[in-house]
Ligand binder design. Structure first.
Ligand code: GDP
Ligand code: GDP
Length: 434
């Protein structure tokens, strides 16, 4: 999967309604990964087997009018630097609004691909509402209704046409690690400490994305790449946009990696912003290592790290099979351990379990603990195979795929984890009729 689409537009045109509609179906699949809270502004949309990241800029638009102009100006700039496609939304019921003209004049002067969608065209007989929006000079306006869903299929077709193909052709086979986390958790310090001492930089590679620079390393016998978001300068000048900016950069980095190294602050603990980055990683089906940094600042008693690990696992449940490492970039404690773990997670993520071995283990697990009977019939699992995919994906053949309970799916997932090392890796389980 790849790519970022940002929905732009003045308040009340229906950005968040459209966002919710477009991420809806995909979200239903992802959320069977219970415990992952749904983000208001970030989601993964799926259409005809392609997935893309969707960001709703609605939540970031400041309310007060005096900062509005500067804020939208900046937001358009950030979106055009970081997104692949801009979805510019206007309100067909209201007609062209002065603020639409303002957005449009900024958008026209930038190179990213743009789709102009006219929302609230609830009845096809009102499609002629779109004509006046030709005035904005952004090509053919497309009618949609975020509330009824009409027009969204055509819109998604168009989005897919505009999305670029492969985001990183340069170095397809090298493991890619992204260091992500809130501002000030120590991302730059972490990378600098690694660069300083322990690894050999092979070459800096000009990033596929604007001003990011990927760094190529050799460590533990691996050639690998660090996707650098640490160098994120505070680009946003209007305060409301800082979050918007760092969200886009974080999505981009996660998108471009195989394994995300999520730094959190030992003093603050796991905060809701950290959880939202964690859920982005899961939604993108990337590997993850959690790093509790600034461990030097914590006063320790016997069980401090064990207790903190327990608390973190409670929050990230049910996906708790995640390495958690306590570090300090000051004392350089366990920095290499982090990279060693990240490489292990990468290997776990690339693993292919032979079908015979998989069936031996899993059919045995099924025999020990059968799926519960539902609606009066026995549910049987006859065969399982790992299918080729970017993250480990298992297909179970059963007589009643729809009747597989959540708790039984979790049992199967835990059995996979207990028998084969998938630490740090989200697993996908699918059930088909045999
Ligand atoms: P945002 O500020 O751009 O995110 O706008 P919202 O998604 O919050 O929507 C603003 C208002 O427009 C809400 O009352 C929505 O119910 C309404 N709305 C959104 N989409 C449609 C639509 O397709 N048709 C109609 N009639 N109303 C809509
Ligand atoms: P970034 O915004 O995530 O890149 O964070 P920085 O690397 O810029 O670090 C933010 C601040 O935290 C700086 O003042 C660092 O010196 C400090 N810092 C980073 N790592 C550690 C650590 O392990 N221990 C302590 N005590 N301070 C740290």
């Amino acid at each position: 999967m790849g790519n970022i689409v940002a929905i732009l537009g003045r308040p009340n045109v229906g950005k968040s309604t459209l966002f919710n509609r477009l991420v809806e179906d995909r979200q239903a699949i992802v959320d069977d990964f219970a415990g992952v809270t749904r983000d208001r502004n970030y989601g993964v949309a799926e259409w005809t087997d392609r997935k893309f990241n969707l960001i709703d800029t609605g939540g970031y638009v400041p309310g007060s009018t005096d900062v509005f102009e500067a804020a939208i100006r900046e937001q358009v700039h950030i979106a055009m630097e970081e997104a692949d496609v801009l979805l510019f939304l206007v309100d067909g019921k209201e007609g062209v609004h002065p603020m639409d003209r303002e957005f449009a004049s900024l958008i026209r002067r930038q190179p990213r691909k743009v789709l102009l969608a006219v929302n609230k065209v609830d009845e096809p007989m009102h499609n002629d509402l779109v004509y006046e929006f030709y005035e904005l000079g952004l090509g053919d306006p497309m009618p949609v209704s975020a509330t009824s869903g009409s027009g969204t299929g055509d819109l998604l077709d168009k989005v897919l046409e505009l999305l670029p193909e492969d985001p990183y052709i340069d170095t397809p086979d090298l493991p890619r690690f992204a260091i992500v986390g809130r501002p000030n958790v120590g991302k730059s310090s972490f990378i600098n400490a690694l660069l300083d001492r322990n690894m050999n930089i092979v070459t800096p590679i000009a990033g596929t994305t604007r001003d990011s620079v990927d760094t190529r390393f050799q460590a533990f016998g691996h050639d690998l790449i660090i996707v650098d978001t640490a160098g994120l300068r505070k680009r946003a000048k209007v305060e409301e946009n800082v979050e918007f900016y760092s969200t886009l950069r974080t999505i981009r980095a996660i998108e471009e990696c195989n394994v995300a190294i999520l730094l959190i602050d030992a003093v603050d603990g796991l905060m809701s912003q950290d959880m939202s980055v964690f859920s982005m990683i899961l939604k993108s089906r990337k590997g993850v290592v959690i790093v509790v940094n600034k461990w030097d600042l914590v006063e320790k008693e016997t069980n401090t790290s064990v207790e903190m690990e327990r608390q973190i696992k409670e929050r990230i449940a049910p996906f708790t099979d995640v390495p958690i490492i306590f570090t300090s970039t000051i004392t350089k404690q366990r920095l290499l351990k982090v990279m060693e773990m990240a490489i292990q997670v990468y290997d776990n993520k690339s693993k292919k379990v032979p079908t015979s071995q998989l069936n031996d283990v899993m059919l045995d697990a099924v025999a020990r603990h059968h799926p519960p009977a539902t609606r009066g019939h026995l549910v049987k699992i006859k065969y399982v195979t790992q299918i080729p995919a970017a993250n480990p994906t298992f297909l179970f053949f059963t007589n009643y795929p729809k009747d597989m309970s959540e708790s039984y799916k979790r049992y199967l997932e835990n059995q996979l984890r207990d028998n084969f090392n998938f630490t740090g890796v989200p697993l996908s389980l699918f059930f088909r009729k045999k």
